[in-house]
Design a protein around this ligand. Sequence first.
Ligand code: ATP
Ligand code: MN
Length: 309
Amino acid sequence: MPRTATARPPVKRAQPSQPEPRITHGERVVDASTGITKMDMVRYYALVAPLMLEHLKSRPVAVVRAPDGIEGQLFFQKHEDSDRMAGVLQLDPALDEGHDPLMEIASAQGLRSYAQMNVIEYHTWNALKDRIERPDRMTFDLDPGDGVSWQEVQEGTLLVRVLLQELGLPAFLKTSGGKGLHVVVPLKRLRDWDTVRAFSKAIVEHLARTIPERFVAKSGPRNRVGKIFVDYLRNGRGATTVCAWSARARPGMGVSVPVAWDELDGLTSSAHWTVQTIAPRLAAGNTPWDGYAQSAATLTAAMKTLDFA
Ligand code: ATP
Ligand code: MN
């Protein structure tokens, strides 16, 4: 039977409610080491938007802009003075008194608006805007010092997981897209910033006391040689950590990706995935963090275990 003349139904496209922000100078090279252009970044963020928006939702965000490419001057921006950026919300000024409002990326349009403004990285707070004084997670940033091998980073990350397990705390892993790894503990929104920060410090100090040949709790490159600095300072009010699915403004343009614990061993670096290699990972999406929200923890028992007064 001839398969001709079958009229196709007209394709229905969802109409965006606002016009798409216009992109100019899409041909400009952002990363000379790969040739990635501004338009590549626009496309990258359109591609990851559905996955990334889950991590951006309701959170104050800070961004890194690279108007002259990633080798030019980078600008870390925590506030938004314009209310005309499609998809970017200005948050209640009371959240950060004395400044322009904090911002939130509320839709894929926001990612596009900011890509037009040469935004490369997105960093989020550990709290949601509707309860800003009660953090909903604790972040441990593992920063390897000089001379630490990737295998030692992998081992160190497992040790952090074991300690958190002993404290009865859930832990989720993501690549940073840079050098180290990020371990995230989802929390019930009960404690204030000072408590969460002080307790995360106690956890890191315990780790550094217990395994001093592997970890340090003090920052500064000298302290770190041959060791992993576990940064708890990401847990203070207003501190930020790179958002899952954000690209990094570094040569090669790694991406921060949620991973399952059984994938840690197979990672080749924290920039295991990059803007150019991310496509096959999109299907896994956020599934490595399945159960994240349901596992949000209270700290009372962990504090007792660690003799945290
Ligand atoms: P790596 O794995 O390579 O350590 P990372 O994301 O953990 O990557 P950095 O890129 O060094 O580490 O991130 C620095 C952190 O400090 C980010 O989480 C960011 O939110 C914050 N930050 C970066 N620049 C500034 C700045 N100018 N002012 C305040 N905070 C900043
Ligand atoms: Mn780090």
